[in-house]
Design a protein around this ligand. Structure first.
Ligand SMILES: [Zn+2]
Length: 442
């Protein structure tokens, strides 16, 4: 098997160049389209698609051999570590790993060094993305200056950089309720979401894994479920009182699934995302994988894992996102209590999510919806759909390709993951960003 990569900045696609993707199983999760047909791109846009569409003469032909061609996958939670921790990841290596996983757009989190809290650093990120990234890069800017939880950042100016799709202090929660109120009020005027890393740091009390049988067995401090849910409960009260849009990052507990479900029933503008590791593994994985199974929020109990899947099934959880958090060996080769939180994830978001389809827990349409238009809707991006005239971000998926995740083969600069040796089914075999093929697996 051979993998090839091409940076969009280095390809020479002309505005009138046409590519015809023939013999495709076209799936558009938003409209429900699922039919055999042809999709034609012209330059960076989708020209037309459908069962009756023919490949135009002179077009470059890509034979999809019956595989699924769908809108490019979106991951609304990644840490690509640039600027400041380039020894762990860069936009270049992170996005390379992302496109190998079929992802065409990511949202970077602001806990870089320096923090994404100024126009200057966001302009830097934008310029670096243009030169070095394989996929589209967006960012959540910091809610508070320096992510210190004291003073609001200048949200208006930050939004005007054009790369900001929301605000969060992810890596850390916003503990200060007044600051959170102000954040809701400002972001409401800007029509952007406030995304929360939901955690009460006082309750977490320096815990390092889930509080439960495993933490007791290992004799390490645990993080209780309520550490997440008291934070979300407070935020929902603020949301109800002051309005705005609230997004809960990496939901890990059954209590938070229930809180979001009830709030959505009430009509509050709240969404939640689930990370593949949280709906795939429990804290038992820590026994086998040690610090490579340590992340925040932590892997929880089987009851929590099942509640997340139920939330995905009934539409309480509308997006899947990885929280891709690369770390160097020095940060991880430590006792459980002192090792850094986080695991990589972009390269296997798709197969771990497709497992829900293969296990008949979710339809294929629903699985893909959570990584395309429904994720895009949270961050107010128009992408994630097959539409005439839309930007040609596409993912070609072989649903049945079986492969085993090997940490050493990952394209990320860091290899910290508990999925080493895991057998999976389904993968991206071609990733197209703005009409340009950036990745193939043949
Ligand atoms: Zn987080």
């Amino acid at each position: 098997m051979k993998q090839t990569f091409h940076l969009p900045a280095e390809t020479t696609l002309k505005p009138k160049d046409r590519v015809a993707y023939i013999n495709a199983r076209l799936i558009d999760p938003e409209s429900g389209l699922d039919e055999k047909g042809v999709l034609v791109t012209e330059g960076e846009k989708i020209l037309e698609f459908g069962a009756k569409v023919k490949a135009p003469t002179g077009a470059e032909i890509v034979d999809c051999k019956g595989h699924v061609l769908c809108p490019g996958l979106i991951d609304i939670q990644v840490h690509f570590r640039e600027p400041g921790q380039e020894h762990k990841e860069t936009l270049h290596t992170g996005s390379k790993s992302a496109v190998a996983g079929g992802i065409t757009l990511v949202v970077c989190q602001p806990n870089t060094k320096p923090v994404l809290d100024s126009v200057q650093v966001l302009e830097f990120l934008k310029a670096r993305a243009k030169e070095t990234s394989y996929c589209h890069i967006r960012a959540y800017a910091a809610i508070s200056q320096g992510m210190k939880g004291e003073q609001l950042s200048d949200m208006v100016q930050l939004k005007n950089t054009g790369i900001v799709v929301g605000f969060t202090d992810d890596g850390l929660p916003v503990m200060n309720s007044l600051l959170m109120r102000r954040a809701f009020e400002y972001a409401r005027e800007l029509d952007l979401p406030i995304a929360q890393h939901a955690e009460d740091l006082v309750l977490s009390n320096k815990g390092c894994i889930n509080e439960g049988a495993v933490s007791t067995k290992l004799g390490v401090p645990g993080i209780p479920n309520v550490s997440e849910s008291v934070c979300v409960a407070r935020d929902l009260q603020l949301l109800e009182a002051f309005g705005g849009q609230y997004h809960v990052l990496h939901v890990s507990t059954k209590e938070v699934v229930e809180l979001i479900r009830a709030a959505r029933k009430k009509g509050l503008n709240v969404t939640g995302e689930a990370s593949p590791h949280h709906f795939t593994l429990t804290d038992k994985a820590v026994l086998e994988h040690g610090t490579n199974a340590k992340m925040n929020p932590p892997l929880r109990s089987e009851a929590d894992r099942l509640a997340l899947i139920e939330g995905l099934q009934d539409g309480t959880i509308t997006a899947i996102a990885t929280d891709h958090a690369p770390h160097d060996p020095e940060s991880k080769n430590q006792p459980l209590a002192s090792a850094t939180f986080g695991i990589v994830g972009v390269e296997f978001m798709l197969p771990l999510s497709l497992a829900l389809f293969h296990q008949k827990k979710l339809s294929l349409r629903d699985v893909l919806a959570k990584m395309t238009y429904q994720a895009a809707d949270i961050i107010k991006e128009k992408t994630g759909r097959l539409k005439k005239g839309a930007r040609a971000d596409l993912t070609l998926i072989d649903l049945n390709s079986s492969w085993t995740i090997k940490n050493s083969n990952l394209h990320s600069k860091s290899k910290n993951s508990p999925f080493d040796g895991t057998s999976t089914k389904g993968r991206a075999i071609r990733t197209v960003v703005s009409g340009k093929t950036v990745y193939t697996y043949t």
